[in-house]
Design a binder for this molecule. Structure first.
Ligand code: NAP
Ligand code: MG
Length: 397
């Protein structure tokens, strides 16, 4: 059989631990036999990030801007414990995802992969709900302080022009806490563009929620910016028969619970942090959650939402065969290959991505699954090692 040809390469970002092992297995078993794979390879494994002083992460993000599509393996974000585990580390390197996100100015969309045998906790959810989280500012870049005495708290802005705006936050009659936070117009605009673009790409309705009844200026600005940016996309939404609406966050929560799914829910930073964990847990398994970073300029980076599955990796190092679920990582590959195919006009590549996803879902529906799904499944199922699962998928493919 002739292999499927690619026109333009995708950016391949390798990673760490168990997912790095799965990465190679997925390529060897499910991709390289069928596709004349063209990638620009960047090793984002922790030791290479350290050796390159994290330049490799920056290079990979820049390559994504140039080539438009990337696929990324999960990576370790070092913390104090990792500094002990890897004594060669010269710095506690930043999260690669944060570095890439800030270079691409992107928004992360997380979507669950649904299978019949694992029912969402919310019975009426029939299609995936995608959460888009604005990943800049608000409480995540706030300053805060505590006071033990009475006094007056003020919010003061001094413009470069010299103009001063000043508000009294509160006349404190005793001890208390204070917080000051901000967001940027440009960041909210990028967020809005990424959301509208992704809704058009996936032909789904877009909801945006905030609390502008209480926060009239701050959340009100988010709402206004979304309304303004939407004017650029309205005609395309109408053509596709999809809708955009804004609603209060409390109304959105109620409607999400009663919905059938199948839409994108854009959330401010804190709401998105909390709601994405709720949505992913209620849909079933972290191992079945995909994630794509979309830039306002139309660059895409696909990955699994889960981490490097450290506990499984330690068992692997002891020589055990693990039953780690590779599905979200496979869907990262299919997402990237399909997008490459769409951008290059190579229908064969898109069709291959569809077939590979279907082979994964059919394997799971047939009861051949990894351990995490075996324990969640409502059907009789057989728990396979990662290697045996990949082989079962390859057989169907
Ligand atoms: P994790 O790797 O997602 O794993 C947490 C637990 O979830 C696992 O121990 C496992 O449970 C289960 N799990 C996750 N993915 C699975 C899969 N594919 N198949 C089967 N079970 C799966 O999260 P973590 O342990 O908090 O983080 C580990 C490392 O990943 C950290 O160094 C962190 O920095 C990094 N991380 C990277 C990313 C990213 O690159 N996008 C995201 C998150 C975390 P059991 O052990 O009970 O089987
Ligand atoms: Mg969270």
């Amino acid at each position: 059989m002739a292999k499927i040809q690619m026109k333009t390469p995708i950016v391949e970002m390798d990673g760490d631990e168990m997912t790095r092992i799965l990465w190679q297995m997925i390529k060897d078993t499910l991709i390289l036999p069928y596709v004349e794979l063209k990638t620009e390879y960047y090793d984002l494994g922790l030791l290479n990030r350290n050796a390159t002083k994290d330049q490799v992460t920056v290079d990979a993000a820049e390559a994504t801007k140039r080539l438009g599509v990337a696929v990324k393996c999960a990576t370790i974000t070092p913390n104090a414990q990792r500094m002990e585990e890897y004594p060669e580390l010269t710095e506690m390197w930043k999260s690669p995802n944060a570095t890439i996100r800030s270079i691409l100015d992107g928004t992360v969309f997380r979507t669950p992969i649904l299978v019949d045998s694992v029912k969402p906790v919310v019975r009426n959810w029939e299609a995936p709900i995608t959460v888009a989280r604005h990943a800049y500012g608000d409480v995540y870049k706030a300053v805060e302080l505590r006071t033990d005495e009475p006094g007056t708290a003020k919010l003061v802005f001094t413009g470069e022009s010299g103009a001063v705006q000043e508000l009294t936050v509160q006349k404190m009659s005793g001890a208390g806490v204070l917080q000051g936070m901000h967001n940027r117009k440009s960041s909210i605009e990028s967020f809005a563009h990424a959301c509208f673009r992704f809704a058009i790409d996936t032909k789904q309705d877009l909801w945006f929620s905030a609390k502008d009844t209480i926060s009239k200026v701050y959340d009100g600005t988010f709402k206004e910016i979304f309304d303004q940016v939407f004017t650029e996309y309205r005609a395309e939404f109408e053509r596709l028969g999809i809708t955009y609406f804004y609603t209060l966050i409390d109304d959105a929560v109620a409607r999400v619970m009663r919905s059938r799914g199948g839409f994108i829910w854009a959330c401010k930073n804190y709401d998105g942090d909390v709601m994405s964990d709720m949505i992913s847990t209620a849909f079933g398994s972290l191992a079945m959650m995909t994630s794509v970073l979309v830039s306002p300029y139309g660059n895409y980076e696909y990955e699994a939402a889960h981490g490097t599955v450290t506990r499984h990796y330690y068992r692997y190092l002891k020589g055990e065969e693990t039953s780690t679920n590779p599905v979200a990582t496979i869907f990262a590959w299919t997402g990237a290959l399909r997008k490459r195919g769409e951008l290059d006009g190579t229908a064969e590549l898109c069709a291959f991505a569809d077939r590979l996803e279907k082979a994964c879902l059919d394997t799971i529906e047939a009861g051949e699954v990894t351990g995490d799904l075996a324990s969640l499944s409502e059907r009789e199922s057989k728990s396979l090692t990662s290697a045996a699962f990949l082989k079962a998928v390859a057989t169907r493919l």
